[in-house]
Write a protein that binds this ligand. Structure first.
Ligand SMILES: CC(C)(COP(=O)(O)OP(=O)(O)OC[C@H]1O[C@@H](n2cnc3c(N)ncnc32)[C@H](O)[C@@H]1OP(=O)(O)O)[C@@H](O)C(=O)NCCC(=O)NCCS
Length: 193
């Protein structure tokens, strides 16, 4: 039975009340951070693989959607996926569990940004949480001409954000190094053959 109190339409956002239903307000005025995003999805039977657990591809699709939403929200423009790193499925996810994706822009270049996503899996009935996956997407912001466009540089504001920024920069260097080495191997194979 209801308490008679009006329901807060944005109860999930601490301290936020909207003046009128349907009125558009800015994220900033609600205190929502543009570089972070959280999404929770219930794992339904249509996502199952042949063994009855959740199909890895279904989770990959959700990860890509979360990375897109986080990047596009931060950049304020359309974004494309350039690469995905460190997707590992260490434990199965079961139908009926709740997946929460915690996404954050960790590092920015001129037009690209790294979005880190941590996946927390909740057994709704059992009441337990597991950290099942973490991965890193590189997203590129695109202008109306469908060419890469500059994004606002990320300004890490606390120790945690500074740590993520440094780690993101290190991963960017490692990706570039790996690309160089793989190219050298390909060149060798080409000259051998
Ligand atoms: C992403 C894309 C627009 C980049 O195009 P491009 O001509 O290389 O553009 P630029 O040279 O301006 O590079 C744009 C950014 O991508 C980065 N980048 C491009 N190629 C890269 C590579 N091979 N490795 C790492 N970073 C790369 C650049 O460093 C730059 O980032 P920065 O501005 O932060 O330094 C292009 O590769 C593309 O359209 N890819 C397809 C994306 C897509 O459709 N994704 C969905 C998959 S189905």
């Amino acid at each position: 039975m209801g308490t008679g109190k009006p329901t807060d339409p944005v109860a999930g956002y601490p301290g936020v009340t909207l003046a009128r239903r349907g009125e558009a307000v800015s994220r900033e005025s609600l205190g929502l951070r543009a570089h972070q995003l959280e999404m929770t999805v219930l794992m339904t039977p249509d996502m199952a693989n042949f063994s009855g657990n959740v199909h890895g591809g279904a989770i990959l699709k959700l990860l890509d959607q979360v990375a897109y939403a986080c990047a596009a929200r931060y950049a304020g423009s359309y974004c494309v996926t350039l690469s995905v790193d460190q997707v590992t499925f260490l434990q199965p996810v079961h139908v009926g569990e709740l997946l929460t994706f915690l996404a954050s822009v960790n590092h920015t270049g001129r037009t690209s940004m790294e979005v880190g996503i941590k996946v927390v899996t909740e057994d709704i009935q059992g009441g337990t949480l597991r950290h099942t996956n973490s991965c890193f997407f590189t997203m590129v912001a695109m202008g109306p001409d469908r060419r890469p466009v500059a994004i606002p540089p990320l300004m890490p504001a606390n120790d945690e954000q500074r740590r993520r920024f440094r780690a993101g920069a290190a991963r960017r260097n490692l990706r570039a190094e790996m690309a160089r080495r793989l190219q050298a191997v390909a060149n060798e194979e080409h000259s051998d053959g």
